[in-house]
Design a protein around this ligand. Structure first.
Ligand code: SF4
Length: 67
């Protein structure tokens, strides 16, 4: 699947509010990027946690505990 096809298919479902980001809707690139940095993609966070833009694993765990 091309990046354009991924964006068309997934772009509308992406809950990340960090704009602009060239990886929005290209989930494989988003996951690979954050994994490489020891992080978690924004869509795994609650809406409140997502808006902190802190994608660290520690922030993810804290977000999950705060749910
Ligand atoms: S989670 Fe990160 S890589 Fe994915 S769309 Fe948001 S800012 Fe971009």
């Amino acid at each position: 699947m091309s990046n354009a096809e991924c964006k068309a298919k997934n772009g509308g479902r992406c809950t990340c509010t960090h704009d602009p980001c060239s990886r929005k809707g290209i989930c494989c690139e988003c996951v690979a990027y954050h994994r490489m940095n020891g992080e978690v993609p924004g869509c795994f966070f609650s809406p409140k946690g997502e808006r902190t833009y802190d994608r660290t694993i520690a922030a993810f765990i804290a977000d999950q505990k705060g749910r």
